[in-house]
Design a protein around this ligand. Structure first.
Ligand code: ATP
Ligand code: MG
Length: 249
């Protein structure tokens, strides 16, 4: 059982969209099967609109599958309690979403409801884990840089002690330095707490820097899968070749 963390079995996602006056069904993910191993950083790479965010939303049931199944440690996620699932499979969004309040309250946000004897110690532990200083805890989250905010949202996601962290283009709002810091943090978290990370990006070079294995999605289809960097340096499919050359964005 320890071999595969997440198993996606022939998953398909269809959506109804409005086209002028009519509703039309579109298929945003088509018959995708893939296995993600424990403690790996799995990169999902693809142009805009290819279905990357949809895939992550299916993994923690922010949306439902149209067809196929997803298994976490061998258990079908549709049979799991959704709150328990989201504790195990946490999602970090593209743009950090913090509320107006102290950094500490933002980090502890999802823990407040639980009995926790030493909340201050918990906040300190997680701010440390994301590489920020504890004196930031009393600051208002509005006063942070975007890079700091993104780390705080990662700290918050980690408080539920997830086994899988889903990251949806977590650096697309950041400058190169903050991007570099988040990339180092990802590698650090993987080695420190053995997280399995599914990392979405449209940036091939970033996928090479952080990914160990991955897949390329185009138009909702998995067109490549394999080890990184080999996968991205020797694309088999002409669409991937165009994407890598920057023709598709
Ligand atoms: N809420 C929604 N309602 C209807 N269609 C949607 C919705 N969200 C996404 N889509 C459509 O689903 C498809 C996949 O979108 P998705 O957001 O998963 O792509 P993406 O790869 O994450 O793109 P990007 O790189 O721009 O974030 C697109 O055709 C998009 O227009
Ligand atoms: Mg997206």
């Amino acid at each position: 059982m320890g071999e595969i963390k997440l198993k996606l079995e022939r998953i398909t996602k269809r959506r109804l969209i409005r086209q002028n006056e009519d509703m039309e069904e579109i298929t945003v993910l088509k018959d995708i099967s893939v296995e993600i191993k424990p403690k790996e950083v799995f990169a999902v790479v693809g142009p805009s609109g290819s279905g990357k965010s949809t895939l992550l939303r299916l993994l923690n049931r922010l949306e439902d599958l149209s067809d196929g199944s997803i298994f976490l440690d061998g258990q079908n996620i549709k049979d799991m309690d959704v709150i328990a699932l989201r504790r195990k499979v946490a999602l970090v969004f593209q743009v950090p979403i913090l509320f107006d309040g102290t950094v500490e309250r933002n980090i502890l946000f999802s823990l407040k409801i639980r009995e926790e004897p030493n909340l201050e110690g918990v906040a300190e532990k997680y701010i440390n884990l994301v590489g920020l200083k504890r004196n930031l805890l009393s600051r208002n989250s509005n006063e942070l840089s975007v890079g700091q905010k993104q780390r705080i949202s990662i700290a918050r996601a980690l408080t539920s002690e997830p086994e899988v962290l889903l990251m949806d283009e977590p650096t697309s709002a950041l400058d190169p330095t903050a991007t570099h810091n988040i990339e180092s943090l990802i590698l650090d978290l993987k080695s420190k707490i053995g997280l399995t990370i599914v990392f979405v990006t449209h940036d091939i070079e970033q996928a090479k820097r952080v990914g160990e294995r991955g897949m390329v999605l185009v138009n909702g289809e998995k067109i490549e899968e394999g080890e990184i960097p080999y996968l991205l340096e020797n694309p088999q499919n002409s669409i991937t070749q165009e994407f890598i050359k920057g023709i598709l964005t």
